[in-house]
Each structure stands twice: as C-alpha cells, then as structure tokens.
Design a binder for this molecule. Structure first.
Ligand SMILES: Cc1cc2nc3c(=O)[nH]c(=O)nc-3n(C[C@H](O)[C@H](O)[C@H](O)COP(=O)(O)O)c2cc1C
Length: 174
C-alpha cells in the first residue's frame, strides 16, 4: 500500500491551488490526480453514468493510505469538480456491486489542502468535507490553507506547508 495521493479539483490547473499542491506533492513525492482531466458526470439516481471515469479514479485512490482533497474555496464550499466527485461516492451506498469498493475507503486518512481569499478556510467549507469523511468512515488528518487575497505568496505559507508535509510524513499508517 502506497502512502499519499492528491485529488486535485480547481477550475484552473496552474492557479493558486495548483501551485500549492505542486509544492506539497514535490515535498512528499506524491502523485496528483487532476479531476478536470477526467470525465465524471454528476450523481445520477439511475446510475447511467457508471462507466465514466469515477470508478477508475476511485480505484487509483484506494491504492493509497492517505488521500489529500485539494480544492479552492468557491462560495463557502469545494469546487464543482470536487463536489461532483464527492456526490458520486453515493454510488457506493446504492449500487450493490460497488459496495466493496466503498468499504475500502474506511480507515483511510483524509487531509485537505485549500486556498481562498480569506484569513482561514471557511468553517462551512471545512465542516462539509470533514462530515463527509466521517460519514464515509475515513479518519481526518488535518488541513493546510493558503490565503491568496494578495495573490499566491509561498513565503507566507512556508511554515504551515512544512508543518502539513511533516504531519503526513510522520503519519502512522496501518
Ligand atoms: C467562483 C469562485 C468563488 C469563490 N468563493 C470564495 C469564497 O467563498 N471565499 C473565499 O475566501 N474565496 C473565494 N474565492 C476566491 C478563491 O478561493 C481563491 O482565489 C483561490 O485561491 C482560487 O484558487 P484557484 O486559483 O485554484 O482557482 C472564490 C473564487 C471563485 C472563482
């Protein structure tokens, strides 16, 4: 089982959130999945979208103990791409053949890496993700946030990012 992977979802690859995760991924020598490059359609009660990229992305994530959910704060929540991905985890709850995949998420550890133009990540944003992790049976490891109100200034986040990277490096995985 490999250690950590980033699930990245921003409206632009090389924007603030992209730069933040490139830095973290470099330090952790970790792969990044860019959800914008995948074809994942919104949740469908009839599961007519079951053959899109959702299951293959999920199978990639399941090879790792730690999943970092990477998204900007857009309107007090995650990006649309991330929200669609999270909605699709409902497939595991209601498609019998997929229930085993869903169970494999349990006991993995979820972290959040995010940017916004506020001093800190909005609580409604953090809570919606944390509650989702809890519902899925995932442990929550923590978050790192970069305030990009005045643009992306890595020196401002250096201590926070180093702490975040250290906590993942030191995380005990079972
Ligand atoms: C559609 C949209 C909604 C946003 N909503 C918020 C918000 O609710 N709170 C906030 O602090 N910043 C908000 N922002 C600012 C972004 O979070 C910030 O610029 C972020 O660093 C953008 O990351 P990106 O370059 O990866 O898109 C919003 C930006 C956009 C484009």
């Amino acid at each position: 089982m490999r250690k950590a992977i980033a699930l990245f979802a921003s409206a632009r690859r090389n924007g603030n959130t992209g730069k933040l995760i490139d830095w973290i991924a470099d330090d952790l020598d970790m792969p990044i999945i860019n959800l914008s490059e995948k074809v994942i359609s919104p949740y469908d009660y009839d599961h007519k979208n079951i053959n899109d990229d959702f299951i293959s992305v999920m199978n990639q994530l399941l090879d790792y103990e730690i999943i970092i959910f990477v998204t900007p704060v857009y309107w007090y929540g995650p990006s649309a791409q991330m929200k669609i991905f999270i909605d699709r985890t409902s497939d595991f709850l209601d498609v019998d053949e997929l229930k085993d995949i869903g169970r494999k998420l349990r006991n993995k550890t979820a972290y959040i890496a995010c940017t916004s133009i506020s001093d800190d990540a909005d609580n409604s944003f953090l809570n919606s993700l944390k509650n989702t992790f809890e519902y899925l049976g995932m442990k929550y490891g923590g978050y790192v946030h970069a305030n990009c109100e005045n643009g992306y200034n890595p020196t401002e986040y250096k201590d926070e990012v180093n702490k975040f990277v250290r906590s993942i490096n030191e995380a005990k995985i079972v």
